[in-house]
Design a protein around this ligand. Structure first.
Ligand code: SAH
Length: 557
């Protein structure tokens, strides 16, 4: 919950805007400000104070305890111009909250935590447990001092600007090592602990066995406990997972029975229908059996190191303008340590990348190679962003990449504003009723197939947006496609031509099927042809939603 505190009328107005934007997340604290701050500090994970920073500093100072548990505090000034992350920047999430508050109020976020301010991730914000001399290593990374990366496991981390042999070390390991001086240890979730237990096995026994089995390994690297479905409610196992702070994952006995294990036995086969619970459930996702089955009186346990799963984010950058790049796309670009893309698109977002990001750019035409490279880098355990303009799944890199990928990597898709939508918004509302996109590039698709689809669109009165409409060496396809549409549509049918939508040299014109001059069209252009109902209304291309909507408001919007 986010506690909201204000003193003045202007502060209350801004507070109410935030409360209205996030009704589920916020609670308004009324009454004397000092009491309100104290109450909110005790009850909430985060505070937004519509007060001067000085006032808030005085009020929260006596309440501060530990940066890992204190709430994050954001201050918003009287004019609503700034959202200042005051305390709890990382642990309390105040840096991120300042950004969110600023977005809602149209303010400027103010973040002074060094690592965020220069675009490097704080070591404690990677979503992985980190131990050791975190402050010193973060500072060294920030100051550009050499930090040696000692990764025993390939894990998909963002770019960290590490390298060389330095006085500082960043270790990535699941082994139980004591961090040395000037060393921070990141704990990837690489271990799976399989457990079995007889009915009524006490939690202390289960936990004790788990800890003994993890000897030499870090409990902070345990991703989850695993067992058979029949034990999903077994109190000792459920409580052990809770105390370790990890999820419990269960599998059907039949599937566990199929997994090859070194130490099967008769007992679980009779009780739950699989010759192995601990080893089989730990090995379910594959990996290396580090600790074969161990037993206590009523429980069994085995530990597996699962294979590192690299991460492939397929990110659409939108049509060009920076403000049409989604916040999620931006976050994925900063989450990556390897970026793969066409050189011109890389240039578009280079400033957003974290220092140290490895950029693999290539020229036009190297699609297959780019897709293969991106997948290979993810397979090697890296966090990869594969970028494309518009939406990366529309006539772009997502399909060739996913055709190469297998289930040994995690794949994340981030949608982008595709050219047809960017052009539609410029033209008016051409896509107000059913529509299709057709690419006129016959490089990979035989012309007969393209023509058949254009004809089907013509016959079914669909609005059509042509991608890849015309290039220097490919000039007869667009006139041919328009001729097919003309068999079913009047010469007066509106046609929108948009070139470089949302880019600095954007241009557009609204013309008709009869008057369109193909010379206006090139590879930077999309052409949207209306259906028989599309009209030019006050210079805008409008496709009505249909007579029923006019008659009743039933399916409005
Ligand atoms: N993935 C892209 C499309 C790639 S195909 C997307 O979702 O938008 C390339 C074609 O897209 C170009 O030939 C052109 O027809 C169209 N296109 C891409 N960006 C455009 C833009 N900003 N303005 C107009 N057309 C664009």
């Amino acid at each position: 919950m986010i506690g909201l505190i204000s003193a003045t009328a202007a502060g209350a107005a801004a507070r109410d805007r935030l409360a209205a934007a996030w009704p589920e997340r916020t609670r308004v604290y009324e009454g004397p400000v000092a009491d309100a701050v104290r109450a909110a500090f005790a009850e909430c994970e985060q505070l937004v104070c519509f007060l001067a920073t000085g006032a808030v500093v005085r009020l929260v100072a006596p309440l501060l305890g530990d940066k890992r548990t204190d709430p994050g505090v954001v201050c918003v000034d009287e004019g609503g111009r700034f959202a200042v992350s005051l305390v709890g920047g990382h642990g309390g999430g105040a840096n991120a909250l300042a950004g969110e508050v600023a977005e809602v109020l149209g303010a400027q976020p103010v973040v002074t935590t060094a690592t965020d301010a220069v675009g490097l991730p704080g070591l404690d914000t990677l979503g992985l447990p980190v131990e050791g001399d975190v402050a010193a290593v973060s500072r060294a990374l920030l100051d550009g001092e050499p930090v040696a990366l000692r990764a025993e496991l390939a894990w998909p981390l963002p770019a960290l600007r590490t390298g060389g042999e330095g006085a500082y070390t960043l270790r990535v390991t699941d082994r139980a090592v004591e961090p040395a001086e000037r060393e921070a240890v990141l704990r990837p979730p690489s271990l799976v602990v399989g457990v079995g237990a007889s009915k009524g096995a006490p939690v202390d026994e289960v936990l004790g066995l788990i800890h003994r089995s993890l000897e030499g390994l870090s409990p902070l690297s345990v991703a989850h406990l695993a067992t058979v479905d029949a034990k999903a409610e077994e109190p000792g196992i459920v409580a052990a997972a809770e105390r370790l702070g990890v999820p419990l994952v269960t599998y059907p006995a039949g599937e566990l029975a199929r997994i090859d294990v070194p130490n099967p036995s008769e007992h679980p086969l009779a009780a739950v229908g699989t010759p192995s619970v601990a080893e089989a459930s730990a090995l379910y996702e594959g990996g290396e059996l580090l600790v074969p089955k161990r037993k206590s009186a009523m429980a069994t346990c085995a530990v597996v190191r699962r294979p590192a799963r690299g991460r492939l984010a397929v990110v659409g950058l939108g049509p060009g303008a920076r403000d049409l790049l989604t916040p999620r796309a931006k976050a994925e670009l900063r989450r990556a340590s390897v970026l793969v893309g066409l050189d011109q698109y890389v240039d578009q977002i280079r400033d957003l990348l974290r220092p140290g990001t490895r950029v693999l750019e290539s020229g036009l035409g190297a699609e297959e190679e780019r897709a293969r490279t991106a997948v290979a880098e993810a397979r090697a355990g890296h966090a990869v962003a594969l970028i494309g303009s518009g939406d990366a799944g529309v006539y772009a890199m997502a399909s060739p990449a996913l055709a190469e990928a297998s289930d040994d990597i995690e794949v994340v898709g981030v949608p982008g504003v595709t050219a047809a939508l960017a052009a539609g918004a410029i033209l008016g509302a051409p896509l107000g009723h059913d529509h299709v996109s057709i690419s006129l590039s016959d490089l990979h698709t035989p012309w007969e197939v393209i023509e058949r689809r254009v004809r089907a669109a013509a016959e079914s009165d669909l609005v059509v947006t042509f991608y890849n409409p015309r290039s220097r060496g490919r000039d007869w396809q667009l006139p041919k496609a328009l001729a097919v549409l003309s068999e079913h549509r009047e010469p007066s049918t509106p046609v929108g031509v948009v070139r470089n939508a949302s880019r600095p040299d954007e241009s557009s014109r609204l013309t008709t099927l009869g008057e369109l001059d193909p010379a206006w069209v090139d590879m930077m252009t999309v052409v949207t042809v209306g259906n028989t109902a599309t009209r030019n209304i006050a210079g805008r291309m409008v496709t009505p939603r249909g007579y029923r909507w006019q008659a009743s408001q039933e399916d409005a919007q």
